[in-house]
Design a protein around this ligand. Structure first.
Ligand code: NDP
Length: 313
């Protein structure tokens, strides 16, 4: 990719500002669309949430790369030609960030920090004698992809019982982890004490975490949603919490982002809200993703992190 010119396409993140220096150090140029004088010379696009017509001026694109692990906003962009390969970041550091973030919330709901914090407010010494061992706690990881696998691994290492869910049976099974496929969605929900949502945003996953799913979850369990917001039917979640069926939820992603100020989720006493901040790819990982993809495409090989546009992830 040395010497190539790229364009930054995103309506929310100032990608050119953030990443141009790193691309310069790697010997290429990343421009804001307003700086592009010759659109035909642009070979790659670095994107997150591109506007509908963002790709239109660039007819010689060889690659569209996401600055993150998700590429849903890119592959749905109507101006992106179906011929352009799309890659996303697959980065061990990002997976570790996600595993740490997930563990924080797993521990929060497993050890009922909500109750401990309430007790602290009342200066009440709420020491309980049981329920501390992870052995009896089933963590359900929805999505056994690059990140889901790391989350499952780390939970296993801490002694949690882990059950995973994906569309297909994994080629490399994980030791000590029970795997289920999508046809057993409600059977999966029935087993879990804590569900960690790590699915990509696709037409199939939209609204998947709905009233039926929550009803299938055991009473007193919790949801940690880190994949994409559209998977959760927010009104159904609130109803499951208000009805006392679920103990709580940690939500990092939302149907509408930024979460609107008048959303009831902000102030719900059983919900922890974070602003889509669970994990992010480092600048180096983003540059490496583009570099590796260029090298692979030159040799007619499959780039790392290539998105299957038919599957949607
Ligand atoms: P991958 O693409 O590597 O893996 C996706 C997994 O989801 C695969 O195991 C796939 O199954 C499974 N899957 C897809 N559709 C379904 C379905 N309908 N039912 C059941 N399983 C399904 O993704 P990653 O692990 O790298 O990342 C997961 C998601 O996390 C990203 O798409 C992104 O949206 C989100 N993310 C959020 C961040 C945050 O800050 N909150 C940061 C980074 C990522 P199969 O193996 O059978 O193909």
């Amino acid at each position: 990719m040395i010497g190539s010119v790229g364009v930054a396409l995103c309506r929310r993140v100032p990608i050119a500002e953030l990443f141009a220096p790193a691309f310069r150090r790697a010997g290429s140029t990343l421009l804001h669309p307003s700086e592009v004088s010759d659109p035909e010379a642009v070979r790659f696009a670095l994107c997150f949430l591109p506007d509908d017509n963002a790709f239109a001026p660039y007819e010689n694109l060889m690659l569209a790369a996401s600055i993150g692990a998700g590429a849903d906003g890119i592959i749905r962009c109507p101006s992106l030609s179906p011929q352009v390969p799309v890659v996303r970041v697959e980065d061990a550091d990002q997976a570790n960030q996600m595993a740490g973030f997930a563990l924080f919330h797993i521990l929060y709901w497993h050890r009922r920090f909500d109750r401990l914090l309430e007790a602290q407010q009342e200066a009440r010494w709420a020491r309980a004698r049981s329920g501390r061992s992870p052995k009896g706690v089933v963590v359900g990881v929805m999505g056994l992809g690059f990140i889901g696998r790391r989350v499952a691994e780390v939970c296993r290492q801490l002694g949690y019982a882990v059950v995973t869910l994906s569309r297909s049976t994994p080629q490399t099974p994980m030791d000590g982890v029970r795997h289920m496929t999508l046809d057993a969605l409600y059977g999966f929900a029935r087993q879990c004490d804590i569900v960690v949502g790590l699915l990509p945003d696709t037409p199939q996953t939209k609204g998947m975490l709905d009233a039926d799913f929550f009803a299938a979850m055991k009473p007193g369990t919790a949801l940690i949603q880190l994949g994409r917001g559209g998977q959760v039917v927010e009104a159904d979640l609130v109803a499951a919490l208000d009805g006392g069926h679920l103990a709580g939820a940690s939500l990092d992603v939302f149907a509408a982002e930024p979460l609107p100020q008048d959303s009831p989720l902000w102030h719900h006493r059983h919900i922890l809200v974070t602003p889509h901040t669970a994990a992010e790819a480092t600048t180096d990982a983003v540059v490496a993703t583009v570099e590796n993809a260029f090298a692979a495409l030159m040799q007619q090989q499959r780039p790392r992190g290539l998105v299957d546009r038919d599957k949607g992830y």
